[in-house]
Design a protein around this ligand. Structure first.
Ligand SMILES: [Zn+2]
Length: 253
């Protein structure tokens, strides 16, 4: 029963994340005014604003003007609901659940904004670093020192890579946004998981990059935002990090 509640809670949070995704890059307030249709600007009634269900009932169209509602809305709500559900199964009703759910929710917002706008907003990553460090004082799964080293290692390593890249190729390969995002990931997950995140995101990012280059015939200058890969690597590290590290050490005995 509580598992179901955690999924519903996740869907409601996902609905709020959609508001953040739409408004943060535009510098708008995330609390006021209320939700409105992007086509006809008419306010969305509370009964048309039920996560996932309203989209299905309205068949993805505004009740007033019949303009299409982006698939992004139910998608973000569904992914957030699933994340909440899986984290609740793992951690139960605990500080750890809220800590990691806040983390994954921030990653969802960052991923969608980075995909659409090629930016990672400081207003999410910088407070995220602070929240990760402070919360490590109360979350039993993550000692403060581990969080601090993770933050420095994550931000520091990517800063070195970005600086070297710029020095070698005389153009920006990786933005400062990625550096701050990886510092935030380190603060939330600790130093072991941040190393795993770098390895996984580089691997998945390179494979995707090669596929995109072959499919679209673009060269290396075609910049793919790296934030979504860092986020994906972080989520895999969060759920399977221990297993992957144990398996790797076992192989190298
Ligand atoms: Zn409308």
């Amino acid at each position: 029963m509580l598992n179901l509640v955690s999924a519903v809670f996740g869907a409601i949070v996902g609905s709020f994340l959609n508001v953040c995704i739409h408004r943060v890059p535009r510098g708008e307030s995330i609390v006021a005014p209320g939700s409105h249709c992007p086509h006809c600007k008419s306010p969305i009634k509370f009964y048309d604003n039920i996560p996932l269900i309203s989209y299905l009932l309205l068949r993805g169209r505004c009740r007033n003007c019949r303009g299409t509602i982006s698939i992004q809305y139910p998608f973000v709500e569904g992914v957030t609901a699933l994340s909440s559900f899986l984290l609740f199964l793992r951690f139960g009703l605990s500080w750890s659940y809220f800590f990691y759910f806040a983390f994954v929710a921030s990653l969802i917002v960052i991923t969608v904004i980075d995909l659409f706008h090629q930016i990672i907003p400081d207003v999410i990553s910088l407070p995220g670093i602070g929240v990760g460090l402070l919360a490590s004082l109360i979350v039993p799964d993550l000692p403060f020192l581990n969080s601090l080293i993770g933050m420095l290692l994550g931000g520091g390593s990517l800063f070195v890579v970005a600086t070297l890249y710029q020095w070698l190729f005389k153009r920006e390969g990786m933005g400062g946004g990625d550096v701050k995002l990886l510092a935030m990931i380190g603060a939330f997950l600790g130093w072991k998981a941040v190393i795993l995140t770098i390895l996984l995101s580089s691997l998945i990012g390179s494979i995707t990059g090669i596929i995109v280059m072959v499919a679209k015939g673009k060269d290396f200058k075609y910049a793919i935002p790296f934030g979504p890969f860092l986020s994906l690597g972080a989520v895999i590290s969060l759920f399977y990090g221990e297993k992957i590290i144990t398996w790797y050490l076992y192989l190298n005995q």
